[in-house]
Design a protein around this ligand. Sequence first.
Ligand code: SAM
Length: 215
Amino acid sequence: MATAAPAQDTLSAFDGAKGFMPLAEGLALYAAAVQAGALGLPLLEVGTYCGRSTLLLADAARAAGITAITVDHHRGSEEQQPGWEYHDPSVVDPELGRMDTLPTFRRTLHQAGLEDHVVAVVGRSPQVARLWGTPLGLVFIDGGHTEEHAGGDYEGWVPHLAPGGLLVIHDVFPDPADGGQAPYRVFRRALASGAFTEVSVTDSLRVLRRTAEGI
Ligand SMILES: C[S@@+](CC[C@H](N)C(=O)[O-])C[C@H]1O[C@@H](n2cnc3c(N)ncnc32)[C@H](O)[C@@H]1O
C-alpha cells in the first residue's frame, strides 16, 4: 500500500512557513495524523506557533473529514522571547512589544487553503485542557519545553486521548547534550504508565499508541 502523503500545496506551504519542524519529522507527524484520522475523532496540537506543523494536521484532517484543534497563547515560549536563541523579531506586536504569532499563523493557514479544517484556540494549554470534554484521536505535544509546561500538557490532554489514539511528542532528546529533557521525561512517563506502546521514532519525534487506560 502506498504511504499517504500531504498535498503538494501543503508541502510547499510547510516549506515556506516559519517554525521549527524539519520535513522528516513533519512527514512522520502527518503519517500519525492519517492513522489517527481513521478513528474519526479530532486531532489536537499543543503549540501552534506560526502553523508549520498545523498545516500537516490540517491536511490529514481534511482527508479524514475531521477537525484539527491547535492550542497556543501565541506569546511564545521561554526560548522565543527577546534575547533568546529562537527569538524572531518579525513576530513581535509593534504596539505591545510582545510576541504575537497569531496573525502569521492565520495568514499561513489561509494561504494554504486549510482554514476550514482547523479550530485555533488561543489560551494557556492547562486552562483550555480543564474545559475540554471531547475524546481525541491524536494529541501532539509541542508547546512549552519546561518541566512545568511539558508535564502540564501531558496531564491536561492525555486523559482525553481515546483508546487506540496516538500520542506524538516533539523534541525528545535522550542525550541532554542534544536538547532539553522535559519532553523526554514526558515520553518516559508515558511508557512507564503502561498505557502506551511506542510506534515510531523519527529523529526527535516519537509516536506512541494508547493501548490501555491511564496516564
Ligand atoms: C516550539 S513552538 C511550536 C512549534 C510548532 N508546532 C511548529 O511546528 O512550528 C511552541 C509554542 O508553544 C506555545 N506555548 C508554550 N507554552 C504554552 C502554554 N502553556 N500554553 C499554550 N501555548 C504555549 C508558544 O507560544 C509557542 O508558540
